[in-house]
Design a protein around this ligand. Structure first.
Ligand SMILES: CC(=O)NCC[C@H](N)C(=O)O
Length: 131
């Protein structure tokens, strides 16, 4: 059994920051669960264009607010505490921070391996390691 506390991750190599996001990677590929599990903070007013071509991601909001634009349909969905979105079609999307910082719990399949940040398309590169 592993016990992971987010306060022990802040300021370590498992905390990764990019424009408009901070990700605390509580479980990574090397933790052997078959998915990675992150707490992500999206500051109020942020705008992120994302497209996880190589991953599926489920995102559950536990605090704050924002919106997500599904670029395939043109629909925008409100995100508040209790909302989950699942990018089951590798959906191209724009994530908008709202009036308060959003606290999101995110799971990636396949798992993120470490300190991935988005490429110019908003993707994390695929894991090409053998193990
Ligand atoms: C919601 C989202 O995809 N934000 C970008 C960061 C990502 N969730 C991560 O934790 O690596």
């Amino acid at each position: 059994m592993k016990i992971v506390r987010v306060q022990d991750i802040i300021g370590t190599e498992r905390e990764v920051t990019g424009p408009g996001w901070t990700s605390r990677r509580m479980l990574l590929k090397k933790d052997g669960m078959g998915f990675s599990f992150h707490e992500t903070i999206i500051p109020a007013g942020a705008e992120l264009n994302l497209w996880y071509k190589h991953h599926l991601e489920a995102v559950y909001c536990v605090a704050g607010n924002g919106k997500i634009l599904d670029k395939a349909t043109g629909e925008t969905h409100e995100i508040t505490d209790g909302t989950l979105y699942a990018l089951d079609k590798h959906d191209q999307h724009t994530l908008y921070g709202g009036t308060e910082d959003m606290r999101l719990i995110c799971a990636f399949n396949p798992p993120v391996t470490g300190r991935e940040v988005h490429d110019e398309d908003g993707a994390y590169l695929p894991d090409t390691s053998e193990d």
